[in-house]
Design a protein around this ligand. Structure first.
Ligand SMILES: *[C@@H]1O[C@H](CO)[C@@H](O)[C@H](O)[C@H]1NC(C)=O
Ligand SMILES: *[C@@H]1O[C@H](CO)[C@@H](O)[C@H](O)[C@H]1NC(C)=O
Ligand SMILES: *[C@@H]1O[C@H](CO)[C@@H](O)[C@H](O)[C@H]1NC(C)=O
Ligand SMILES: *[C@@H]1O[C@H](CO)[C@@H](O)[C@H](O)[C@H]1NC(C)=O
Ligand SMILES: *[C@@H]1O[C@H](CO)[C@@H](O)[C@H](O)[C@H]1NC(C)=O
Ligand SMILES: *[C@@H]1O[C@H](CO)[C@@H](O)[C@H](O)[C@H]1NC(C)=O
Ligand SMILES: *[C@@H]1O[C@H](CO)[C@@H](O)[C@H](O)[C@H]1NC(C)=O
Length: 295
C-alpha cells in the first residue's frame, strides 16, 4: 500500500467520526431550518392577508401531522383584547419588542413530528411540541423578522392535550426549548397548562428515570457531558490519525529497505551464504524454505 492509500483510509475514518458528531448537532439545526421553512411557506402561500384573520399554512407530505396557523394582528388589538386560538390563550396587555404597528403570530402544533425535531434528555414528552412565535409584519412579507413579546399582564397560557397516558400517572413538567438548545423546566399552574412569558416552543414531559431531584442540574450536566464526549472524540481521532501516519511511515521505511536489499543482492553476494573450503553454501535461504516444504 502506498502512502496515498493510507491517507485515503485515514480520511474515511476521520469522516466517519465527524459525521457521528454532526449527527448530534443535527436536530438543533433541523429546528432552525424548520422555522425558516414555515416562515417561507406562510409568506408564499398567503398573499394579501387580512388583518385579524387566521390562516392555516398547508404543508408538504413530509410534515403530515403538523399544524401551522398564522394571524396578523394590530398591536393595539393584541394589547387591548388578547387573542385566543386553539390551545393558546394570549391575554390582554401583551406588547411586542421592538414595538410594531402590526405583529404576526405563528402557531405551531408539531403533532407526531414533535419527537423528530425535539427531545428532552432523560425525559419523555407526553404532549406535542407547541410553538407560539412572534414576528414583525411588513408590506412584502406577512412573516418578517422574529420579535419578542413583552407581557405586562397575565402570562400566555398553553393548554396541552396529553399524547401519552403516562402523563396521567406522573405529574408532568412544562419544558421550554431555549434558543441555545437547552431545556428549562417549570411546574404546571393547572393540570396540563403551562404559563409562558416568551415566544418559543414548549411541551410537557415526565422524567424517564427515577431521580426527579436531579432536574435542576440537567443543563449543567448536559453541557459537561457534551464537552466530555467532544473532547474524547477529538482525542480519539487525533490518536487514530497519529497512529496511521506512524504506520504509513514505518511501512514506507520498510519498503525502501527491502528495495535497497533487493538492489544489493542483485549485484553482490550477501551474508546468507558462507564458504566451507571451496564450496559456497546458501544458509538462510535453505532455512527459510523449510516451512513451505512441511506444508
Ligand atoms: C385550520 O386547521 C384546523 C385544524 O386542522 C381546522 O380545525 C380549522 O378549521 C382550519 N381553519 C381554516 C381557516 O381553514
Ligand atoms: C420535505 O421534503 C422536501 C423534498 O420533498 C425537502 O426539500 C424539504 O426540505 C423537506 N422539508 C422538511 C422540513 O423536512
Ligand atoms: C403523522 O401522522 C400522519 C397521520 O395522521 C401520518 O400520515 C404521518 O406519516 C405521521 N408522521 C410521522 C412523522 O409519524
Ligand atoms: C380568551 O379566553 C379567556 C378564557 O379562557 C376569556 O376570558 C377571554 O375573554 C378570551 N379572549 C378573547 C379575545 O376571546
Ligand atoms: C429577544 O430577547 C432575547 C433574549 O432576551 C434577545 O437575545 C433577542 O435579541 C431579542 N430579540 C429581539 C428582536 O429583540
Ligand atoms: C415544582 O414544585 C415542587 C413542589 O411542589 C418543587 O419542589 C419543585 O422544585 C418545582 N419544580 C420546578 C422545576 O419548579
Ligand atoms: C441522564 O441521566 C443519567 C443518569 O442519571 C445521567 O448520568 C446523565 O447525565 C443524564 N443526562 C443528561 C443530559 O442530563
Amino acid at each position: 500500500m502506498g502512502l496515498h492509500r493510507w491517507w485515503q483510509v485515514t480520511l474515511v475514518i476521520v469522516c466517519l467520526f465527524s459525521s457521528s458528531l454532526v449527527e448530534g448537532l443535527k436536530t438543533y439545526s433541523d429546528r432552525k431550518s424548520l422555522d425558516s421553512f414555515l416562515r417561507m411557506q406562510a409568506n408564499e402561500e398567503i398573499k394579501n392577508p387580512k388583518t385579524g384573520v387566521l390562516y392555516n399554512v398547508s404543508l408538504p407530505s413530509n410534515l403530515t401531522g403538523m399544524e401551522v396557523s398564522v394571524v396578523r394582528l394590530r398591536s393595539f388589538s393584541l394589547w387591548s383584547r388578547g387573542m385566543n386560538y386553539s390551545f393558546f390563550n394570549l391575554p390582554p396587555r401583551i406588547m411586542s419588542r421592538p414595538s410594531q404597528k402590526r405583529i404576526t403570530i405563528l402557531y405551531e402544533n408539531l403533532g407526531n413530528c414533535s419527537s423528530h425535531y425535539y427531545n428532552v434528555p432523560n425525559h419523555t414528552m407526553v404532549a406535542p411540541v407547541f410553538g407560539v412565535m412572534a414576528y414583525s409584519s411588513s408590506e412584502s412579507a406577512l412573516v418578517d423578522e422574529k420579535i419578542n413579546f413583552t407581557i405586562h399582564g397575565d402570562p400566555i397560557k398553553i393548554w396541552f392535550p396529553l399524547a401519552d397516558e403516562r402523563g396521567r400517572n406522573h405529574t408532568p413538567l412544562c419544558a421550554k426549548f431555549t434558543d441555545n438548545g437547552l431545556v428549562k423546566f417549570k411546574n404546571m399552574t393547572k393540570p396540563y397548562v403551562c404559563e409562558v412569558h416568551r415566544q418559543g416552543h414548549y411541551t410537557l414531559v415526565i422524567p424517564s428515570f427515577p431521580f426527579p431531584d436531579e432536574l435542576h442540574t440537567h443543563s449543567h450536566g448536559r453541557r459537561f457531558t457534551t464537552w466530555w464526549v467532544l473532547g474524547f472524540a477529538i482525542g480519539f481521532i487525533g490518536l487514530v490519525v497519529l497512529g496511521l501516519i506512524l504506520l504509513a511511515l514505518v511501512m514506507e521505511v520498510k519498503k525502501r529497505k527491502i528495495r535497497k536489499m533487493e538492489k544489493n543482492s542483485a549485484g553482490e553476494e550477501l551474508f546468507d551464504t558462507f564458504w566451507i573450503g571451496e564450496t559456497k553454501l546458501p544458509l538462510a535461504s535453505s532455512i527459510r524454505t523449510q516451512p513451505i516444504l512441511e506444508n
